[in-house]
Design a protein around this ligand. Structure first.
Ligand code: F6R
Length: 257
């Protein structure tokens, strides 16, 4: 089922997820983390910093990457992951993959990424944010639930939303390479985070709306182990918020996330 936890701050969400990751890594030192970029997962990476010594052997696979930025561009997701995750957490850069970062042709980068994911044994815990269009990864509306890692065209809405990381919207690439919805659904545990009122509509549609490729985030409803953690503002449109609060308040302590 989809468990929804409403917290009072992104920092609290970060701590909850970091604790879950620590427990996972204590069970298996080389656990495979599915990494997200953008603003949403930052409190998780922040909360993991005190546990860096534990994370040395962890492996990571990023959700997505822009296509068309020069190698080493500071806003490429490879650079962002190096800055926000690999360096502060002391991960081994060779154990972290970002789609398209292996230097091979972009046309077949998706297939190579999928092969590397399979060779790693799949993702244990996948961090997800959600875009205003309802995208997860960069799977924009209309993405197939069976899709695998491939090159896609960003919506203009997503380019505008991400323009804050660039000098202007014109500098935001048109294309991306993203894990597919089918790829994401293969992860063993999905953890979707959303903070702020701008996410409330897409979040409610993903969690409680119809399962439809028009709202790619709704694919999470097809997964057997999903944890959604939101702040009050992002929870504002949830129809069953009271039940989620009740269930969280009475959650058996042995269950974990
Ligand atoms: C990032 C990603 C995207 C973002 C989403 C929300 O790797 O896959 O789906 O999670 O666009 O972005 P933020 O967190 O910046 O609001």
């Amino acid at each position: 089922m989809t468990e929804v936890i409403i917290v009072d701050s992104p920092a609290r969400a970060g701590t909850l997820v970091a604790d879950e990751i620590v427990a996972l890594v204590q069970r298996r030192a080389d656990a495979v983390l599915g990494l997200a970029t953008g603003s949403t997962p930052l409190p998780v990476y922040e909360a993991l910093r005190p546990h860096a010594a534990l994370l040395r052997d962890v492996r990571g696979f990023a959700l997505d990457e822009y296509v068309g930025l020069a190698a080493g561009h500071p806003e490429s997701y490879r650079s962002v992951i190096e800055r926000e995750v690999i360096a502060p957490l002391g991960l081994d850069p060779d154990r972290v993959r970002v789609p398209g970062d292996d230097g091979g042709p972009i046309e077949t980068a998706g297939e190579r990424y999928e092969a590397d994911l399979v060779a790693a044994g799949g993702v244990d815990l996948q961090l997800l944010g959600i875009g205003a269009t309802g995208h997860i990864g960069f799977n924009e509306p209309g993405s197939s639930f069976a899709s695998r890692t491939r090159v896609k065209t960003l919506t203009e809405q997503t380019r505008r939303d991400n323009a804050r990381f660039f000098d202007s919207v014109d500098d935001v690439p048109l294309h991306c390479i993203t894990q597919g919805l089918g790829t994401i659904l293969d992860a063993r545990h999905l953890v979707l985070l959303a903070f702020g009122a701008a996410k409330a509509e897409a979040l409610a549609a993903a969690v409680e709306g119809p399962v439809t490729s028009s709202l790619p985030g709704s694919a999470i409803q097809l997964h057997g182990h999903v944890t959604v953690i939101v702040d009050e503002a992002a929870a504002a449109r949830l129809q069953f918020a009271e039940y989620y609060r009740h269930a969280w308040a009475h959650k058996p302590s042995w269950q974990g996330l």
